[in-house]
Design a protein around this ligand. Structure first.
Ligand SMILES: [Zn+2]
Ligand SMILES: [Zn+2]
Length: 158
């Protein structure tokens, strides 16, 4: 299970070298520690962090994802210069998400199926009409007007 925070996601326009270095230093790890945890050569990590190469083979990518506790998709996105939104799925937890706010990065990993906080099944569509969520900025389904939030008990009180 990942413990993801928004800081772990690549920032807009962040390049692979800066991204790797930022994650590593935020975790207070040496290059040697990360390379060992990732099972790659210290030299390979050094090259990546200096921006000498943008190429990640499967082994390197898997290893770095584990060592830095991030989904491999993040590395794919940065390495190919894509915004991380392109590799994310528009999924949310109907119990934990506050519609209209950015989703937790743990929900948007393409292979995530359940919420990492409450275990609810993640949704990518309206629970009433099943229209896919077009934007996380929406609070209500544009098609049927249903709220994306299913915190029904909290509504009853008000
Ligand atoms: Zn949840
Ligand atoms: Zn709907």
């Amino acid at each position: 299970m990942y413990t993801l925070t928004t800081q772990k996601a690549p920032q807009p326009a962040e390049t692979l070298d800066l991204y790797l270095k930022r994650l590593r230093t935020s975790m207070k790890l040496s290059q040697h520690a990360v390379a060992t945890a990732a099972g790659i050569h210290l030299q390979s990590l050094g090259k990546l962090e200096r921006g000498k190469t943008n190429r990640l083979n499967q082994k390197t990518k898997k290893g770095l994802a584990v060592a830095l506790s991030i989904p491999e998709e993040y590395l794919d996105a940065v390495a190919s210069g894509l915004p991380v939104e392109d590799v994310q799925k528009k999924q949310f937890c109907p119990s934990c998400w506050t519609p209209g706010t950015p989703p937790n990065p743990g929900w948007t990993i393409p292979r995530a199926k359940h919420c990492l906080f409450c275990g609810s099944q993640l949704r990518s569509d309206c629970h009433k009409c099943h229209t896919p969520v077009a934007s996380f900025a929406h609070k209500f389904c544009p098609n049927c007007g249903a709220s994306y939030s299913q915190k029904e008990n909290s509504h009853r009180a008000s």
